[in-house]
Design a binder for this molecule. Structure first.
Ligand code: ADP
Ligand code: MG
Ligand code: MG
Length: 266
């Protein structure tokens, strides 16, 4: 297990809720990594500690081509260090801001990979809960690298949760309402993300928090003219306020059939 002295810190890749993510070169191997540094002093409340431990537990079991790989982790007296494979292609967020919006073909490519990652996580009982362009990175080859399992939650068989988690613009109505919810909440966020990729904007926008919540709970959004019929139908089925009939939702009585097989649409 390495120590932080073995890494040359090159630049900041991102800043987050708990700490920083740095581009770091491992001196002995010259390999580049994304080093997430979490100051222990920032994890004081019981909730924060639980979150950091849960992120770690989930990262240890997640192994999928479109999910970030935690190579190893270590700590010193002050910090927790997580060493991730470096996603050299940057955030989807960055590319989207740069290009305004993506062609539907490109959006389909990304969302297809995200769907596979979500299906894998849901199969493990994990709700991702923070799907947004900042957490979708790209590998050097241009594939999706889903990152940031800090909000993810592993459910027991048949369990539901009702904790408020995620980023407001991407949060499903049932999450906002504090109702018990399950993996279906990720499919709503997936719809919001697809809409944003195709149009350059999220479907529900307001600088006023209460107004934003009201819009999400209502579930009505404007569909730009240029969106194809095929994309529209997927968007309406994902951004569906009723989680029971939302695209991607798994029938509880028969988990072998998706309520509506999302892969057919991608
Ligand atoms: P937080 O939970 O604080 O949001 P993240 O794990 O999302 O932390 O990391 C914050 C940012 O750091 C990301 O949005 C991304 O820009 C960058 N980042 C994180 N992991 C990697 C990685 N493996 N490769 C490249 N950049 C990364
Ligand atoms: Mg993040
Ligand atoms: Mg996080």
């Amino acid at each position: 297990i390495p120590t932080v002295e073995e890494f040359k810190l090159l630049k900041t890749l991102g800043k987050g809720a708990f700490g920083k993510v740095l581009l770091a070169a491992h001196k002995p191997t010259r390999h580049l990594y994304a080093l997430k540094v979490v100051p222990k002093a920032k994890c004081t409340s019981r909730k924060q500690i639980r979150q950091v431990l849960s992120e770690m537990d989930i990262l240890k079991i997640v192994k999928h081509p479109f999910c970030v790989v935690l190579q190893f982790s270590f700590q010193n007296s002050e910090f927790l260090f997580y060493v991730f494979e470096f996603a050299a292609g940057g955030m989807l967020f960055y590319h989207l801001k740069e290009e305004g919006r993506f062609t539907e073909a490109r959006a389909r490519f990304y969302i297809g990979e995200i769907v596979l990652a979500l299906e894998y996580l849901h199969g493990l009982g994990i709700i991702f809960r923070d799907l947004k362009p900042e957490n979708c990175l790209l590998s050097a080859a241009g594939h999706i690298v889903l990152t940031d399992f800090g909000s993810a939650k592993k459910l027991l068989e048949g369990e539901k949760t009702s904790t408020l988690a995620g980023t407001p613009h991407y949060m499903a109505p049932e999450v906002l309402k504090g109702e018990p919810y399950t993996t279906s909440a990720d499919w709503w966020s997936c719809g919001v993300l697809l809409f944003e990729m195709i149009t350059g904007k999220t479907p529900f926008e307001s600088s006023d928090r209460m107004e934003l919540y009201r819009a999400i709970l209502g579930g009505h959004f404007k569909m730009p003219m240029f969106v194809s019929i095929r994309a529209r139908s997927i968007l309406y089925e994902l951004i569906q306020t009723n989680p029971d009939i939302r695209l991607g939702t798994v029938d509880e009585n028969d988990s072998s059939v998706s309520h509506n097989d999302i892969k057919k649409h991608c």
